[in-house]
Design a protein. Sequence first.
Length: 310
Amino acid sequence: MKAIIIAEDFAGMRAQGAGLAEKAGLEWDFRPVRIQPFWSRFPARYWPFPLKRVDPIRIPEDTRLIICIGGTGGVVGRAVARREGLPVVQIQNPRMPVRKFDLVIANTHDGITGPNVLISRNALHPVTQQKLDLARAQWEERLKRDDRPLLSVLIGGANGRFTLGAAEAERIAEGIIAFTMRNTMQAVLTPSRRTDPAAVDIFRKRLEPHGIAVLTGSGGDNPYMGMLACADVIAVTTDSVSMMSEAVATSAPVLVFPLPGRSKRISRFVKTLEDAGRVKMFDPEQTPWDVTPLDDTPLVAREMRRRLKL
């Protein structure tokens, strides 16, 4: 049974669609939304005839479900679903009436309700225990230099709401050094594609003399899943709901680095995870605490199958 995922081509959106499809036991394929130049100036919900404003999106004959993500993906995915006569599931607040979709899967921080709305505390994602176990076997000897506990640091980047440049990298690096020394830990850090190169340079300059590796995943050898799997503690910047969601799906306590900027939506998300005991704001004097994995993705995937009779 196949689902087609329709969204703008961002890694976080791909991950959410893939996570839902995989945990529902569905095969999936991705169709990126590529907007024609003039129409990129306007919100998709105002487009007349949406499918004429993007590059053609073709759907295989064996498709049983359309999964769309975000505002633009929701507009285009709904139009494709109507054209093909298929059910459509929207991930995230669609910024339009939820009744236009068969099902909407939103987060607590999206602040929407309705009889066809399912709520997840975390952003949907494809991380599973099986994938973590495989990644641990592949990466543990490469990431851990000795028997000390491992701090895995996941760095995002500026996104229009938060700032992460050289000054923020200096502050984060100081915190990492102090935390690892206080707790007798080793550490490894990986930046994302959004991380400012100047910030990466600061991390290398400050951390590598302390034996803390900065791994960029160059050459296609991405350490990200291994870092999730092998971590005894995870630290992640507050700009990325996706990275925080994947981090709390592990058995490691999660620390959140605050960044300059403001987002009510992300603040509500972090508060949800704090209330669940899964995250705390980063403090060099913080000590690790006991946690259990938090992941609502399998729950909403099963409920989606039940409601849509897939």
